[in-house]
Design a protein around this ligand. Structure first.
Ligand code: NAP
Length: 530
């Protein structure tokens, strides 16, 4: 086998396509029962894109761009799952995909220059290249807090049904007439809460840290818009590829505080009425970097939250106070705040009233007991590293990836790690609209494999010096960014005991593209090719 790809999400499927097109023998293993990665696993009610559908599309095939029609401006999970299935049909990828097959380990053999990949059930596969396309927020690395009794259905003290949002069952979950507990209020919790609240007998939201949430303003795509996109799809995608964050939003070049208050707040309001991330990314460019601008916009957003909640006491619990706007990833919502006006919805602030235990019949907090038939863990992920370190990967000298990354993810270009030859950490980590980096990464990896095959190389691995310089660059770029002001999956602060370090490439998408392209063009500068 030339290559094994792990994961059938958007990076893995495209990687498979590129390698197969080059005539290489390639096998993709996927732990789930279907393709689509995050859009397979996160099938909870309300799940949808928060990037615009047209810029989430694969760009590699004009035919695909013409054939596929997104139904919503922020496409819903069932359609997203259908899209990746359509891609597998359209490009005949199925013969190379094994579903329900978990990769549990991989061992590097210095003598043969190959990886032995171990899959569940005991089977072993030899491969020259190992491509870990497991995603930054990988469902198998989902996080369930260490609350006594906590666990998914059948694994904790709870006698009812309990699901993590990223491990939502294929079968419909009954919500009507039930008492539901939702733990967590990041993007997933904020999306699922109003949908469940509309059906449940009672919904209790257990919130630790409120986040600034903004209205998504989703809508169906009209036929006219569909045709407009299709008349220049590559133009739209080129614009996103050239954009610092992979979107089609351009920040206002003015400094916020140099604009007179009336005009400034009118600008905030106009952007707030727009769909998607416009209110963040099309705002004044210094809205998260200048302290006065940050404080001003944060106050505006707090006002927008308060005006949607009738009870001042509830509003004060939902308004973030301990971090500024933009310090955590912005959850996009549809009716989240309004849900708290419903008689059947309650909010528990677990900083005031901590969860003591999950018990057979519900959730016990210090002040009382909250009966539940269904518990939803919207509690996030061991981001970036978790999806890879949970696999027992043993590189040169038997060193595990988990050991190598005990102080955070190391590597060169975020793509390869010293001590792990021919292994690609193909987990897109530019801080941008995900597919725009996913395609870039899949192409870089495929091009590297073609180049190594063409020159008859046995192995490629980065040097320690290149890794150190790359790490220093990431740390320098991350210095002073607003993300330092909150714990989140961006910096590992969401997982108790995890080393706090910025998990993504903090520069722009074009900077990242330039860095990885230059290294390849300079005959794989920073790598040892043997
Ligand atoms: P998350 O943002 O990490 O949120 C996890 C939530 O669980 C937080 O509210 C956290 O509170 C809470 N939590 C963790 N441990 C807890 C405990 N012991 N007790 C009570 N609460 C606890 O995870 P997520 O919502 O799944 O989102 C992760 C990322 O996935 C997003 O940032 C986004 O990038 C992506 N996503 C995207 C979409 C989309 O619209 N496309 C939808 C969902 C997710 P603290 O804040 O206090 O830690």
């Amino acid at each position: 086998m030339n290559a094994v790809v792990v994961g059938a999400g958007l990076t893995g499927l495209y990687e498979l396509y590129r390698l197969r097109e080059a005539g290489l023998s390639v096998q993709l293993f996927e732990a789930g029962g279907g393709v689509a990665g995050t859009w397979y696993w996160n099938r909870y009610p309300g799940c949808c894109f928060d990037s615009e559908s047209e810029i989430y599309s694969y760009s590699f095939s004009d035919e695909l761009l013409q054939e596929w029609s997104w139904k919503h401006h922020y496409s819903l999970q069932p359609d997203n799952e259908r899209y990746y299935n359509y891609v597998c049909d359209r490009f005949d990828l199925w013969p190379h995909i094994r579903l329900n097959t978990e990769v549990v380990g991989a061992d590097w053999d210095e003598a043969t220059g190959e990886w032995t990949v171990r899959v569940g059930g005991g089977e072993q596969v030899q491969t020259r290249y190992l491509v870990l396309a497991v995603g930054i927020l990988s469902a198998p690395a989902r996080f369930i807090p260490a609350i006594p009794g906590a666990g998914e259905t059948g694994s904790g003290a709870f006698q009812g049904e309990a699901y993590h949002t990223s491990n939502w069952p294929l079968e419909e979950v009954t919500v009507a007439g039930r008492k539901v507990a939702v733990i967590g209020s990041g993007s997933s919790g904020v999306q699922i809460t109003p949908i469940l609240a509309a059906q449940a007998d009672q919904l209790t939201s257990f919130q630790r840290t409120p986040t600034y949430c903004a209205p998504l303003r989703n809508a169906p795509v009209s036929e006219a818009t569909q045709q407009e996109w299709k008349s220049d799809y590559q133009g739209i995608l080129d614009e996103a590829k050239a954009n610092p964050r992979g979107y089609r939003y351009n920040p206002d070049p003015r400094k916020a505080m140099e604009v007179e208050r009336g005009e400034r707040w009118e600008t905030y309001e106009r952007l707030w009425q727009r769909p998607g991330f416009a209110k963040w990314m099309e705002n004044f460019h210094d809205i998260t970097s200048d302290p006065a601008a940050s404080a001003d916009y944060t106050e505006f957003v707090r006002g927008k939250i308060r005006e949607r909640i009738s009870s001042p006491a509830v509003a004060e619990k939902l308004v973030p106070k301990d971090h500024p706007f933009g310090a955590k990833r912005l959850p996009m919502e549809s009716g989240y705040y309004e849900a708290f006006a419903q008689d059947n919805v309650a909010l528990v602030d677990v900083k005031e009233d901590p969860i003591e235990a999950i018990e057979a019949g519900g959730v016990r907090t210090v002040s009382g007991f909250h009966e539940a038939d269904l518990i939803v863990y919207a509690t996030g992920f061991d981001s970036v590293t978790g999806g890879m370190t949970r696999i027992d990967i043993r590189g040169v000298g038997g060193q595990t990836l988990k050991e190598a990354w005990s102080e955070g993810p190391r590597g060169y270009l975020n793509l390869m790690t010293e001590g792990f030859p021919n292994m690609f950490t193909a987990v897109p980590r530019a801080f941008c609209n995900y597919p725009r980096c996913a395609e870039l990464v899949a192409e870089w990896v495929a091009d590297c494999i073609y180049a190594m095959e063409a020159r008859g190389a046995r192995s490629i691995v980065p040097t320690v010096e290149a890794e150190d310089a790359w790490q220093a660059r990431i740390e320098a770029l991350a210095q002073g960014l607003i993300f330092e002001k909150a714990d989140s999956w961006f910096n590992g602060g969401n997982i108790p005991g995890k080393k706090r370090t910025f998990m993504l490439f903090p520069g722009s998408l074009p900077q990242y593209r330039e860095a990885i392209t230059e290294a390849a063009a300079a005959d794989y500068d920073g790598f040892v090719v043997a």
